[in-house]
Design a protein around this ligand. Structure first.
Ligand code: 3PG
Ligand code: MG
Length: 398
């Protein structure tokens, strides 16, 4: 795979795919790590006197121009974080505008292109479009690991027509995640949470084959509890996946992977209920909703963390956006923070909610690596190479 170390890009017109799909609350970017992630590649390309066009998506405008998804808002943050005076903005992706802008730009200048998902050609893979745009450039760089699981034109299409090079952050993500997965230190534990088991089936099936323990929390644990004939009151479940939950448990047993399921939980009458009750599973009332794992279960997980040599974490174990249902998730983050270095435990985390939980508790230093990818992180852990990475590997333009 070509990367910025082994492939020289100098005085070229560069089409640079970044993932600028940053979290925004009330018009404020709440986490700039996806911007900071591409800085190293951008700086290198600037110092090598390239004209760089930043291509990214924001939200899901579905191939239409939707003003609230314009990438314009991100320009001041890009300037500040990249530490550059000026960044051009290109609203229209037509050839004329592109050509004109390239002529305006000096070597080493940056231009942000409007949300690529405003183009209907983006999500349906349009090779004519890819070819037309590629003709305007000399080289394509993909530094968007967190979007590389999408088989979209800007992720896989340009690599069909241009030399395609991996950016520094993409390389760092792959190296860190792979080296964690390939490390054979034991015991190896995974903590998997989140609301839907449907999004984690393949992950669980893959992890069972490699991990000695998997702790399951979040609403997805409810479907396992139902599958084990427990009463879960009014909690969320995915009825059509009960069978799957049974199969996962059978597979775990066969492969000697210990599953930790909640033995006690924190219930409220709804997500806004601020007077939760910690109870054993057997004590759940018919109008109770499970909103977090309980103290005994948290302790079980924390003990298991301390006795592990490797810990992988994806997904909060409770409805952590709503206090006080963030308690167990925060405690897990703190346990990792306090013990990982001291006990020499290798730690890896990823996924938007997991990152928020780690940041909320200032637990970053407990992790050897935190991926800024959500879906792409998950798919990589499921054992699927991202189409974007495959496109880079298969690219043989020189
Ligand atoms: C993400 O935020 O996970 C990536 O940018 C991909 O975005 P998407 O889930 O809208 O495809
Ligand atoms: Mg996503």
């Amino acid at each position: 795979m070509k990367n910025l170390e082994n492939y020289k890009i100098e005085s070229k017109r560069v089409l640079f795919r970044a993932d600028l799909n940053v979290p925004v609350v009330d018009d404020v970017i709440t986490d700039t790590s996806r911007i900071i992630a591409v800085k190293s590649s951008i700086k290198k390309l600037i110092s090598n006197k390239n004209k760089i066009f930043l291509l990214a998506h924001f939200g899901r405008p579905n191939g239409e121009v939707v003003e609230k998804f314009s990438l314009n808002f991100i320009l001041p943050s890009l300037k500040e974080l990249f530490d550059v005076d000026k960044i051009y903005f290109l609203k229209n992706l037509d050839e004329e505008s592109f050509k004109k802008r390239t002529e305006d730009m000096q070597r080493g200048d940056l231009c942000l292109v409007e949300n690529i998902r405003f183009q209907k050609e983006e999500e349906k893979i349009d090779l004519h479009f890819a070819k037309r745009i590629s003709n305007l450039f000399d080289v394509y760089v993909n530094d968007a690991f967190s979007a590389s699981h999408r088989n979209h034109t800007s992720i896989t299409g340009f690599a069909k027509f241009l030399p395609a090079v991996a950016g520094n952050h993409l390389v760092k993500e792959i190296d860190n995640i792979n080296s964690f997965l390939e490390n054979s230190k034991k015991p190896k534990m995974a903590i998997v949470g989140g609301s839907k088991i449907s999004t984690k089936i393949q992950l669980l099936n893959n992890l069972i084959e490699q991990f000695s323990t998997i702790a399951i929390g979040g609403a997805m644990a409810n479907t396992f509890l139902i599958a084990n004939q427990k009463n879960i009151g009014n909690s969320l479940i995915e009825k059509n996946l009960i069978e799957e939950a049974i199969n996962i448990q059978l597979k775990a047993k066969k492969l000697n992977c210990k599953l930790i399921l909640p033995v006690d939980v924190v219930c409220g009458k709804n997500i806004k209920d601020t007077k939760p009750v910690n109870c054993k599973i057997e004590e759940i009332l018919s109008d109770d909703m499970i909103l977090d794992i309980g103290e005994i279960t948290t302790k079980l997980i924390n003990e298991e963390i301390i006795n592990s040599k490797m810990v992988l974490w994806n997904g909060p174990v409770g409805a952590f956006e709503y206090k006080p249902y963030d308690k167990a998730t925060n405690e897990i983050a703190k346990t990792i923070k306090l013990n990982a270095k001291k006990l020499n435990i290798d730690t890896l985390a990823g996924g938007g909610d997991t990152i928020s939980a780690i940041k909320n508790t200032n637990a970053e230093d407990g992790f050897d690596y935190i991926s800024n990818a959500g879906g792409a992180f998950l798919e990589w852990l499921e054992g699927n190479e991202s189409p974007g990475v495959t496109a880079l590997k298969e690219n043989n333009f020189t």
